[in-house]
Design a protein around this ligand. Structure first.
Ligand code: MN
Length: 260
């Protein structure tokens, strides 16, 4: 089949609904939850906006605003330069677009996370996933389905911070190493506020997914929505960050093409 025919088949399938476009992006607003670091670290702001004009003397026929937000606010990508181990790597604008479109696979731990919000994913879990669903092919984005997206409209529930720190799911050290060394994994996507577990500040090394994955020139993707609409395998993801020069991360619109 010619490439032109394959694209015509895709557009026909999108038109007749046999391939659905799933929006994996959380709404971005003043209410969007943001990461909260302990003292003495600097924190990223929530989104805020200032009006330039609203059909008034400053702009009689037009409305527009100025945004303030963090690079890591809402559904966003982490570029390698975000972490000290990746500081000589790619910024957001340097990520090749071919790396932002590819197969997406989903490892589901929704039930386990419902029972234990601090659930930690292991390398053995990832090995078992590949046995069950086949080898992870080159260029794959792997998404950790936890059900956490259901908390995204409530910042306290979403951050889930207690006296001993945040209880949110994520990989352990060996799982982080597995992701960063697997030849097929280009990115790791999550429903939570960050690509590491809530307890990962106390791991050795701290924040191992950031440390290993970004250090290996790969990408993180956080605060995803509608992950329950993805199959474990067989969908295609499109990750669209701003082409932000020097950016360590960027709010991103994320879609998946899902066969029905
Ligand atoms: Mn980030």
């Amino acid at each position: 089949m010619s490439q032109a025919t394959q694209l015509a088949d895709l557009t026909a399938a999108l038109a007749d609904g046999t391939v659905e476009v799933v929006d994996l992006t959380q709404p971005l607003s003043e209410q969007t939850p943001v990461l909260r670091l302990p003292e003495p670290f600097a924190n990223t702001p929530h989104l805020s906006r200032r009006t330039l004009s609203r059909f008034d003397d400053a702009g009689p026929a037009w409305a527009w605003d100025v945004l303030e937000l963090g690079e890591h606010t809402g559904t966003h990508i982490d570029a390698p330069v975000h972490w000290i181990t990746g500081r000589d790597g790619e910024d957001v604008a340097s990520i090749p677009p071919q790396r932002l479109v590819g197969p997406v696979k989903v490892i589901d731990r929704t039930a386990e996370v419902a029972a234990d919000p601090g659930y930690v994913l292991t390398a053995a879990d990832l090995d078992a996933f590949e046995r069950d669903f086949g080898p992870i092919e080159p260029g794959t984005w792997l998404i950790f389905r936890t059900g956490w997206g259901a908390r995204a409209s409530n910042e306290e529930a979403f951050l889930n911070a207690g006296p001993s720190g945040p209880a949110t799911p994520g990989p352990d050290v060996e799982a982080a190493r597995w992701l960063s060394e697997h030849p097929g994994v280009v990115g790791w996507g999550v429903e939570t506020v960050g690509i590491d577990a809530g307890a990962a500040g106390g791991f050795d090394p701290p924040f191992p997914v950031h440390n290993f994955l970004l250090g290996a020139g790969r990408y993180g993707l956080t605060q995803l929505a509608n992950v329950d609409a993805l199959p474990e395998t067989g969908a295609v993801i499109v990750v669209a960050p701003l082409k932000l020069v020097g950016g360590t991360g960027s709010p991103s619109r994320v879609f998946a093409f899902v066969p029905r």
